[in-house]
Design a binder for this molecule. Structure first.
Ligand SMILES: *[C@@H]1O[C@H](CO)[C@@H](O)[C@H](O)[C@H]1NC(C)=O
Ligand SMILES: *[C@@H]1O[C@H](CO)[C@@H](O)[C@H](O)[C@H]1NC(C)=O
Ligand SMILES: *[C@@H]1O[C@H](CO)[C@@H](O)[C@H](O)[C@H]1NC(C)=O
Ligand SMILES: *[C@@H]1O[C@H](CO)[C@@H](O)[C@H](O)[C@H]1NC(C)=O
Length: 227
């Protein structure tokens, strides 16, 4: 905590937000700062009738390093419609998340789905497509924009990894595939328990960390979700 004139800077070090230090300017110094952990329940929500759920997940063993990704399209009943796994070879985690979105959207378009709930476990990639002020400097981002601008509705949002168990599994499985994309028309052996758990809405706990600042009587809550 640093006091600058009438302003007070509170620094948080640790695994918040994008893993960087967060800074909060407050006109008044907090009397106390506490970290509070809260247990949330996350589970797979059925897409609305007429929509499909496209889940994506990229995985990498370093930055940059060997990376894989998995994607899966399910209907409102939680049934497997189409999926894929890809071994991307050497690539950064950010590129892995982009590749999986690209392949997933290509697959959904190929199957003719017109309403797609796209879930991504990287908040940064979601911001790349929802925040128009980012300069587009990457060919893959441009290719995804081209897909998004076609005649269909795609809603993209960020989800926690815990509600992404199936694609997490697919991404891990893809380390044993040859480099390239492999399309799966039906569930892979070994995934049925996870698919079933999702289809009946089994929840998994997730610990979220809140930073709580107390200013005299008024508590001020900053929620920082771990990505
Ligand atoms: C879609 O899939 C993601 C990831 O598996 C899940 O978190 C979400 O609840 C599902 N449903 C909707 C409506 O997005
Ligand atoms: C993606 O988002 C990150 C963080 O929000 C930003 O720094 C980066 O420039 C964006 N990249 C592209 C290609 O839009
Ligand atoms: C969009 O990106 C700009 C520049 O990176 C950033 O200043 C702004 O806060 C972002 N907006 C949202 C809604 O994330
Ligand atoms: C990833 O796959 C390997 C086998 O290929 C397995 O031993 C490991 O437990 C898996 N990890 C996760 C998180 O599923």
């Amino acid at each position: 905590m640093t006091v600058l004139g009438h302003w007070c800077l509170v620094w948080f070090f640790g695994n918040f937000g994008l893993g960087v230090t967060s800074v909060v300017f407050t006109p008044e110094c907090p009397q106390s700062i506490t970290l509070r952990r809260q247990l949330l329940e996350v589970y797979w929500q059925r897409p609305r009738e007429g929509w499909v759920n496209l889940s994506t997940d990229g995985s990498s063993k370093g930055n940059p390093c060997l990376a894989t990704a998995g994607g899966l399209i399910r209907d409102a009943g939680g049934c497997w419609l189409a999926g894929f796994g890809t071994n991307l070879g050497f690539c950064s985690p950010w590129q892995a998340e982009l590749w999986v979105v690209y392949h997933g959207l290509t697959l959904a378009w190929f199957h003719g789905y017109s309403r797609v709930d796209l879930t991504i476990d990287s908040a940064m990639v979601v911001s790349n497509f929802t925040n128009a002020s980012h300069q587009v400097v990457n060919n893959l981002v441009l290719a995804i924009w081209e897909l998004l601008l076609r005649n269909w509705i795609v809603r993209a949002r960020h989800v926690f990894r815990e509600s992404n168990r199936c694609v997490d599994w697919l991404a891990n499985y893809s380390y044993r595939l040859p480099v390239g994309v492999q399309w799966f028309n039906q569930a892979i052996e070994g995934m049925s328990t996870l698919l079933f758990a999702d289809s009946i809405g089994v929840a998994l706990p997730r610990v979220a960390t809140h930073v709580v600042l107390f200013f005299g009587r008024l508590p001020c809550l900053f929620e920082q979700k771990k990505l």
